[in-house]
Design a protein around this ligand. Structure first.
Ligand code: SAM
Length: 231
């Protein structure tokens, strides 16, 4: 566990005080079942270097390993689902990068014994790509991305929904501001499945039975091992 404070100026400028491991676990234990559901979606809007997201990933991967370690293909599919459902935003670029690196190392540490140190070509590249799309440097208040000076850009935060269709992966991109629209009355709305006032830009999500905004982009199905090859 790293120090809870990096510098006084970071605390003053960004309220950066990291949560220690004991508190992270105590809080996640309050939603224990969700942390152990491989496809439950988590979004942390001020994720820092990923204390909560790292522990969620560890818990999900432990379920994946116990269920699927005897079949590499199944393990890879469900590990992909586990990481694909974890999202984070932080306003500081170094935190964002540390969070990404940390999540990738957790997947590698879990995966290498399962694949007997012979990773399937394209698998870790796909995981790396997904983490880069799911953990973003942005302002969780304005819901815009930020530039290297920490100032808001004009670009909205966009998250990808990753879903498995057989052995292939479907990617659909959504604006976070649209996902949150109409959900103000929900204390903890589920990502990609919000109950809000439907408009013509919303559609019924069959998986969750609730209304969600239309994606801003949809991509053709690709093989899991090719996910990292398509921007
Ligand atoms: C109290 S720390 C918590 C970090 C992490 N969630 C944890 O519990 O260890 C708050 C984090 O929010 C980030 N932050 C501050 N303002 C933000 C904003 N408007 N949008 C996104 N992140 C922000 C800071 O950079 C910092 O990493």
């Amino acid at each position: 566990m790293s120090a809870q404070v990096k510098s006084r100026s970071r605390v003053q400028d960004h309220g950066e005080v990291f949560t220690n491991e004991r508190e992270v676990n105590a809080m996640l234990d309050m939603v224990k079942q969700e942390t152990e559901r491989i496809d439950s979606r988590f979004l942390e809007p001020a994720c820092g270097d990923g204390n909560f997201l790292a522990e969620v990933l560890r818990r999900k991967l432990s379920v994946v390993r116990s269920r699927y370690r005897r079949s590499l293909l199944e393990y890879e599919k469900y590990a992909f689902v586990a990481i694909g459902s974890i999202y984070g935003v932080d306003i500081l670029e170094d935190n964002t990068q540390e969070c990404r690196d940390r999540l990738l190392s957790i997947v590698e540490e879990d995966y290498l014994p399962v694949c007997k140190k012979r990773p399937t070509p394209g698998f870790l590249e796909a995981i790396h790509f997904v983490i880069g799309k799911n953990i973003l440097c942005g302002n969780a208040l304005s819901l815009k991305t930020v530039d290297s000076s920490g100032a808001d850009t004009d670009d909205p935060i966009i998250f990808c929904e990753w879903s498995l269709v057989g052995d292939k992966v479907k990617r659909r991109d959504y604006r976070l501001d649209e996902l949150l629209e109409g959900s103000a009355s929900n204390i903890q709305p589920p990502l990609f499945g919000l109950s809000g006032t439907p408009t013509s830009e919303w559609e019924l999500d069959e998986e969750t039975g609730s209304m969600i905004p239309k994606p801003i982009r949809e991509y053709p199905l690709v093989a899991l091992y090719e996910v990292g090859q398509h921007e």
